[in-house]
Design a protein around this ligand. Structure first.
Ligand code: MGD
Ligand code: MGD
Ligand code: SF4
Ligand code: MO
Length: 671
């Protein structure tokens, strides 16, 4: 039997997949050949998804902590016992501190609307209790707001239109690792491709040109390119007059960014800036693909704002194959309010930010957070300031419930662990954030052991607590139909996917001057906000690993083998200045923390920059991971995280390694 499903992971592509089931067991998984973006291919990680589904390490029954927090010692308990204990603890906490003392902490392990983050699975239950709201700030929020301020929508180009582009800038994005399906459209176009990235990533390696600016300087570079375009008189005066607001003010801002000044800020040769500006000026249509890497900085929101203005100056927004593709989420007009039902909240409640779990657990006072539900998240591995996250999770008076597939670093801090279903075992619906397709995931097999879906877990908990609100008991199919009101659900279900037409971009006129940005306390015009971490040392970029997806898959033996040991890549000049050779064990540190890695000396990174990757587990690495060095600090817009705005010292550790070099399937850092 073949069952159509969809990849739930936090990846722009939201692949449609086909599960082969024999005797009730999922024996095969491949990409859906009919889906115009998936085109039959999954990726190096998800090709191993069924190994994870059948892994002996899966959590398949509820557990209660018996050791100290962090030790990871648990005893098996039954669902009845688990639900009784959770219900009793929650009732006590709500009575004493109020519902806001509960924090449902949703992660990105599943982006499903029914079981995962996009529909805040379980939120109806938390609404009835009056729990704090959870703002998913960790990933893309700064860039999303930057897009919205400029364009009135965060949804940009349909990436299938890249096939019509003549010039494509891949700006702070590494799609060959982080969402490879867009690459086919880029290749089909035959366009001239330019990577803009401090690291010669897998993607930059394949582009026609590569510019390596200093991290966090992209807004200045965008201004410099627009300066060249305007100096040539190549701006599209008709588009500017008809479709934009604030051109005169914006033109004055552009004038401040002369190529020589931009060369100084970005560390790029002035000729390269001028050359690229001239190329953009004469090439229609020009498209930009930017994603999340570029906005994990102090000025990340402003960077996207400036980037979104560039196709306004050239008029590319009006041409098929021109514009900017950041995220397509804004184009899906799903009925999320009816799914999430914030109207069930008894009164207005505070919002806690995903990125600031350290602060949330250690400093929130009125009321303090007394119960934490971790749902498809691994904050010990994924959040900034790992040591503080651990300090927060170690609080003896905090009641922590973790819904998980695997015994992650975060599970070790749980009071109660609940076994969760994986994608072939539950129903879900996803909307891609890197293309225009809705995808349906039909359950294909029964869950192993006592695993329950997120929705079923909260239905049972609601019953245990005698909650009477009837919508808490809606079935998964009811929920999907509520979300998809107005869509052809039957077609989506039978084909596995459904294309949605993108709305107009800009939604109205392009806002060079943004009243919304001003109202939120920002410069009404886009500006350049320099990196916040200006200390000594190298800027550490910890981007997507080719073999893991955040911390998901980082326990898969074969993928770990292929990723090799933790590495940090330095430019030969920076390595020489520290007496570090290729293969030297090093300590990467700053005032917040440190981690160990093996140095790789390569001109794949520009001087001043060091590169590593995200996702490893502490317990499998034997110590802290790069997030021990990252600060829990907000970016400019929306409280985004600043993973790549992070200065570190790199020093030799002991003598030169005599151990064999890691198995490196790719050359270099596993990005
Ligand atoms: N294989 C794999 N795929 C993934 C993920 C994964 O962990 N592994 N993660 C998923 C998730 S959650 C997300 S949000 C996306 C993230 O994927 P991307 O959006 O691609 O983000 P990053 O990997 O953080 O960074 C992308 C590139 O930006 C560069 N970069 C960093 N700082 C700057 C800067 O200041 N300026 C410029 N121009 N470039 C910069 C980095 O060197 C890197 O090569 O990928 C998703 N896909
Ligand atoms: N240094 C550094 N750190 C980063 C980043 C970076 O660029 N650099 N990127 C950040 C980004 S973009 C993101 S999005 C975050 C991601 O951070 P998180 O949201 O913490 O995501 P993961 O680390 O993948 O952990 C997700 C967990 O959910 C579990 N899970 C998956 N599906 C389900 C399900 O259906 N039910 C339940 N109950 N559990 C499930 C998985 O087993 C996994 O352990 O990491 C951030 N961390
Ligand atoms: S992680 Fe991305 S590329 Fe891989 S299968 Fe999932 S959606 Fe497709
Ligand atoms: Mo992300």
């Amino acid at each position: 039997m073949k069952v159509l499903g969809a990849c739930p992971l936090d990846c722009p592509d939201a692949c449609s997949w086909v599960v082969t089931v024999e005797d009730g067991v999922a024996v095969g998984l491949r990409g859906n050949k009919e889906h115009p973006v998936t085109r039959g291919a999954l990726c190096v990680k998800v090709n191993r998804y069924l190994e994870q589904v059948h892994s002996p390490d899966r959590i398949t029954y509820p557990m209660r902590r018996v050791g100290r927090k962090g030790e990871g010692r648990f005893e098996r308990i039954g669902w009845d016992e688990a639900l009784d204990e959770i219900a009793a603890r929650l009732t006590g906490i709500v009575d004493e501190y109020g519902g806001e003392a509960i924090w449902p902490f949703h992660g990105t392990g599943s982006l499903g609307y029914i079981q995962g983050l996009e529909g805040f699975s379980g939120r109806r239950f938390f609404n009835v209790l009056g729990s704090s709201l959870h703002d998913p700030t960790i990933c893309s929020i700064s860039g999303t707001l930057g897009m919205k301020y400029t364009l009135g929508t965060s949804g940009g180009m349909d990436p299938e239109d890249f096939a019509k582009s003549e010039l494509i800038l891949l700006w702070g994005t590494n799609p060959l690792t982080s969402g490879h399906h867009v690459w086919k459209f880029i290749q089909d176009s035959g366009a001239h491709t330019v990577a803009i990235d401090p690291v010669r990533s897998r993607t930059a390696e394949r582009c026609d040109e590569h510019l390596a600016p200093l991290p966090g300087t992209d807004a200045a570079l965008a201004f410099g390119l627009m300066h060249v375009i305007v100096s040539m008189g190549a701006e599209d005066t008709e588009f500017l007059a008809e479709h934009t607001v604030g051109w005169d003010e914006f033109r004055s801002r552009i004038a401040e960014f002369t190529p020589d000044r931009v060369a100084e800020i970005t560390g790029l040769p002035q000729e390269r800036i001028v050359e690229l500006g001239e190329r953009i000026a004469r090439t229609r249509p020009t498209a930009i693909r930017a994603s999340q890497g570029i906005q994990r900085h102090a000025g990340g929101g402003m960077a996207l704002r400036a980037l979104a203005c560039l196709p306004g100056v050239t008029g590319d927004w009006a041409i098929p194959g021109g514009g900017l593709h950041y995220s397509t989420t804004g184009h899906f007009k799903l009925n999320v309010p009816e799914l999430v039902r914030f109207d069930l909240l008894p009164n207005p409640v505070r919002t806690l930010s995903q990125t600031r779990i350290g602060e949330g657990l250690l400093e929130t006072a009125d009321p303090p957070v007394k119960a934490l539900f971790v749902i498809a998240a691994n904050p010990v591995g994924s959040n900034p300031d790992q040591n503080r996250v651990i300090e927060g999770l170690s609080r003896e008076d905090l009641f922590t419930v973790v819904l998980e597939h695997f015994p992650t670093d975060t599970v070790d801090y749980a009071d109660i662990v609940l076994p969760a279903t994986m994608q072939p075992e539950h129903l879900d619906v996803l909307a891609a954030y890197g293309n225009m397709y809705l995808v349906w995931n039909e359950p294909a097999v029964d869950p192993p052991g006592e695993c329950l879906s997120t929705t079923e877990t909260f239905r049972r908990l609601a019953r245990r607590m005698n909650l009477t609100e009837s919508s808490l008991y809606d079935s998964d199919e009811d929920l999907a139909r509520q979300l998809l009101k107005g869509f052809d659900v039957e077609r989506l279900r039978s084909d596995g996917f459904l294309k949605v037409e993108p709305g107009p971009v800009p939604a109205d006129k392009l806002q060079f001057v943004s009243a919304r940005a001003e109202m939120a306390g920002h410069d009404p015009l886009p500006s350049y906000i320099p990196p916040a971490d200006q200390g000594d040392g190298l800027v550490l970029i910890s981007a997507a690993s080719h073999y893991f997806l955040n911390t998901t898959f980082a326990n898969n033996p074969e993928l770990r083998r292929r990723a090799g040991e933790p590495r940090v890549t330095l430019h030969p000049d920076d390595a020489a200045a520290r007496d570090i050779a290729d293969g030297t064990p090093v300590l990467v540190s700053n005032d917040r923390g440190s981690f160990e890695a093996v140095a790789e000396v390569s001109d794949r990174v520009r001087p001043g920059v060091a590169a590593t990757s995200k996702g490893r587990w502490r317990k499998l690495t034997g110590g802290p991971t790069p997030n021990a060095t990252v600060e829990e600090r907000d970016s400019d817009f929306g409280g985004g995280a600043v993973f790549h705005d992070n200065r570190v010292r790199i020093t030799r550790q002991g003598s030169r390694s005599t151990a064999p070099r890691p198995v490196a399937i790719s050359s270099g850092t596993d990005t």
